[in-house]
Design a protein around this ligand. Structure first.
Ligand code: HEC
Ligand code: HEC
Ligand code: HEC
Ligand code: HEC
Length: 215
């Protein structure tokens, strides 16, 4: 009898230890609301949050431009016959659920749910935050109007390297001749031309302080 209870305890203790640790972490998560962002790991909010301000005509309706672009449909594309065919060639059963495809056709891929807002739509394609960085900490108007502050809070102004993270020869759609350069040679991607295709500028003379004030 005695020896049994000793061995029971030995079995139980590691589990007790682990759940106590889990409980402490849970408490920490509640005590420090920004624990996920403490290490510069900003949280994703989704295009709907950006839309609130960036759908307005005065600011340039970046939302509308994005919605018309193929980036907004990137996840849908993985459901097409072409995607299924390319998937099959790569040994992929369902491109819409396979990491090998969604990693470039969605936003916040591989980012745990704790760092993604509850309303975030993982099926909404390549969203604003794929290019501009996770927005929870820079999306306030006061911060958005101050570029240095916004950059400090996670805003990204995209460079060619950001685009070629997805626009590269790992993609089954990669076409070495997609772009013709000024010297007549071809390339699979050209930052300057590609950015023009997705242009969504703020109109010159736009004055953010004139409409609405700080949020
Ligand atoms: C509360 C309103 C508001 C929200 C929400 C908002 N923005 Fe902005 N954003 C602005 C304003 C105002 C500017 C400043 C425009 C200017 O002065 O040119 C701006 C500027 C920007 C710029 C240009 C920065 C620069 O210095 O070139 C980017 C990029 C941007 N926003 C992306 C986003 C993204 C992505 C989201 C969602 C995660 C978002 N914004 C959410 C209001 C907002
Ligand atoms: C997260 C991955 C990802 C990033 C980052 C990304 N793209 Fe894309 N892009 C895609 C996917 C996927 C498509 C195709 C979507 C579809 O057809 O459904 C696409 C399509 C496009 C297209 C339309 C197709 C074409 O070649 O005419 C352009 C233009 C484009 N991207 C430009 C850019 C630029 C410029 C950048 C960087 C500022 C960029 N992309 C960053 C994934 C990405
Ligand atoms: C490395 C990033 C990357 C990966 C991985 C990736 N794609 Fe894409 N995909 C892209 C980009 C970028 C485009 C847009 C290319 C363009 O047209 O310029 C694209 C375009 C497409 C298109 C539209 C092509 C057209 O012209 O109609 C389909 C379909 C597609 N991808 C299917 C898939 C499937 C299926 C997988 C997984 C087996 C996959 N992709 C994996 C980046 C990727
Ligand atoms: C595929 C990448 C990509 C996506 C998706 C994207 N942007 Fe951009 N965005 C860029 C690039 C590239 C620039 C241009 C930077 C430059 O002009 O140097 C830019 C510029 C901007 C600017 C500043 C324009 C100016 O004139 O200063 C704003 C505001 C902005 N984006 C908002 C958004 C919003 C809001 C969304 C989503 C609705 C979005 N972007 C989606 C790549 C992207």
């Amino acid at each position: 009898m005695v020896s049994k209870s000793v061995s029971d305890r030995r079995l139980i203790r590691p589990f007790l230890g682990r759940s106590a640790m889990g409980f402490a972490l849970l408490v920490l998560a509640f005590l420090i609301p920004n624990w996920a962002t403490a290490n510069g790991q900003h949280a994703f909010v989704g295009y709907q949050k950006c839309r609130t301000c960036h759908k307005k005509t005065e600011i340039g309706n970046q939302y509308g431009a994005w919605l018309e672009s193929r980036h907004a449909k990137a996840y849908e594309t993985l459901g097409t016959e072409k995607a299924k065919k390319w998937g099959a060639e790569a040994g992929v059963d369902n491109p819409q659920t396979d990491d090998r495809c969604i990693k470039c056709h969605s936003t916040a891929h591989g980012v745990p749910d704790e760092r993604v807002s509850r309303k975030f739509d993982r099926t909404a394609g390549v969203q604003c935050e794929s290019c501009h960085g996770a927005g929870k900490d820079y999306k306030k108007k006061k911060i958005m109007m101050d570029r240095d502050k916004a950059l400090e809070k996670g805003l990204i102004i995209p460079t060619a390297e950001l685009c070629t993270g997805c626009h590269n020869d790992e993609s089954p759609a990669w076409d070495e001749k997609a772009y013709t350069l000024t010297d007549g040679s071809t390339a699979g991607f050209d930052f300057e031309q590609a950015v023009k295709k997705i242009a969504h500028p703020v109109p010159e003379g736009y004055d953010p302080s004139a409409t609405g004030g700080a949020d």
